[in-house]
Design a binder for this molecule. Structure first.
Ligand SMILES: [Zn+2]
Length: 467
């Protein structure tokens, strides 16, 4: 008991020091986050998992509200785990967010999120016009039950074991739902790209483009077969720890399984190999971001691209440079001949073409009131104007690639696919691509990733913080 009290004193001292260190910043307020489990042992696995859940829930709620630049400190002693988080907003606002987490999270009644201002003043629920916390056994005011000792040890233990079971069951259920949503979003992104018609050299609803071995139905069948694998990637991302060894090896295993499935439904035709690689990595990154406590200043897309970039760091060196004598894959052949790293390099660099070209083009298109189909097409044209597409290089060489880029730029300069003049130029591009029998598959893959990240951004509050 004495150790417990010492732990609590230590907690207060550390909180005071943490708050003091922020003297000069304004506005700033602080959360002291603990979990509220009766009993002497505050360092059980359940207590730890609950604490992480609470801290992560706070992080995601702040992130979704666009509140960045938060700083955290975690301490552990006999009183349990405590997290201190400095948040650059007014304490009243922070308290509202904290109360909403305590109220709406499926096990929020076991969270304690106390808010303090820069002068170390405590913001109670009453300060925000709310009634006191309720006891989790009888729903009367919690303070009252503690004061009169209303519930005995066994009653509390029994309730706790029930809550523990409930917590782990709900946690699994939420992770499962999350990965299903991610799998659906990935599938929808592939479908949105496919539906755009007409497209230059690519399979669409009317034509097989430059792919005589493929058609619309085959692409749909292939995409459907991959949906569960994107969920599987997301689940792997959830399971990967910050210091997991060789995350790439485990990601590749899922990737190979997905490829096998794809080849089995397409009778050996490579419909989506590039998408499995890039979208597989990004869907895994969503799972990782969902579960790892990363307080970050970047937006969602950038966060995910950074995570992927860390995972695949060194992959070009490892897979392309070392195999220079073997030209067995498209990427390898193009690398040997031109030095472009293709999809590997793009992932390694954190998808610069998505962050700098794809997403801004999407936002511009939406702003200028283009229909969704034209907006998606407009992103494709912007990508084709920038990307050193290894699919084009492999089939037709550098001159053709440069011509494709230049024709795409002409569309943009003449007002884009939403204008009559831009559309005329677009037809010119389609004709050229058909004549040369090339396919801008690399740009199409990046388009799918852009659509995926854009949808994720739009639905992020639903996907990441629904309890
Ligand atoms: Zn009670």
């Amino acid at each position: 008991m004495e150790e417990l009290l010492k732990g609590r004193e230590d907690r207060v001292r550390q909180r005071n020091n943490f708050i003091k260190s922020f003297k000069y910043k304004d506005p700033v307020s602080f959360v002291s986050l603990t979990v509220n489990i009766p009993g002497r042992n505050k360092l059980t696995q359940f207590a730890r998992d609950l604490f992480i859940e609470a801290l992560n829930s706070l992080r995601l709620h702040l992130f979704i509200k666009g509140i960045t630049n938060c700083q955290k400190k975690i301490i552990k002693n006999k009183a349990g785990w405590t997290g201190f988080v400095a948040v650059p907003i007014e304490p009243e606002k922070l308290k509202k967010i904290c109360i909403s987490i305590e109220k709406n999270h499926f096990i929020g009644r076991l969270f304690d999120l106390d808010v303090f201002d820069i002068k170390n003043r405590y913001y109670s629920r009453k300060d925000c016009g709310l009634s006191d916390r309720r006891c989790f056994l009888c729903d009367r005011p919690a303070k009252e039950c503690i004061r009169v000792g209303r519930h005995d040890y066994r009653e509390i233990e029994f309730k706790l074991s029930k809550l523990e079971k409930y917590f782990y069951k709900m946690k699994l259920k939420r992770e499962d739902n999350f990965t299903k949503v991610i799998g659906n979003l990935a599938f929808e992104a592939i479908m949105k790209e496919l539906m755009v018609t007409p497209k230059p050299g690519l399979v669409d609803a009317q034509s097989s483009g430059s792919h005589k071995d493929m058609n619309f139905d085959l692409m749909v069948k292939s995409a459907e077969s991959l949906k569960p694998f994107f969920s599987k990637f997301a689940m792997l991302g959830i399971k990967l720890g910050r210091h997991s060894k060789n995350p790439l090896t485990r990601l590749k295993e899922v990737g190979l399984e997905a490829e096998e499935k794809m080849f089995s439904v397409t009778n050996g035709i490579n419909t989506h190999k590039g998408v499995i690689f890039s979208l597989g990595l990004l869907t895994a990154a969503t799972g990782y971001f969902y579960k790892k406590i990363i307080f970050s200043d970047y937006d969602l897309a950038e966060n995910l691209c950074h995570i992927v970039s860390d995972w695949v760091s060194g992959i070009s060196e490892k897979e392309l440079k070392k195999n220079q004598n073997e030209g067995n894959t498209h990427g390898q052949v193009v690398y040997n001949e031109y030095g472009f790293k293709g999809a590997r390099g793009e992932a390694e660099d954190g998808f610069p073409n998505i962050i700098n070209v794809g997403i801004p083009a999407y936002r511009r298109a939406i702003k200028s009131n283009l229909s969704e189909e034209l907006a998606v097409l407009s992103v494709l044209i912007n990508l084709m104007a920038h990307v050193n597409d290894t699919n084009i290089l492999y089939r037709s060489g550098l001159d053709t690639l440069n011509e494709v880029k230049s024709l795409s730029r002409e569309i943009i300069f003449s007002g884009g696919v939403g204008t009559p003049e831009g559309w005329e130029r677009y037809k010119k591009l389609i004709n050229f691509v058909e004549k040369k029998k090339v396919s801008p598959g690399g740009s199409a893959d990046l388009l799918i990733l852009t659509i995926f990240l854009n949808e994720l951004e739009e639905k992020k509050s639903l996907i990441f913080t629904t309890s």
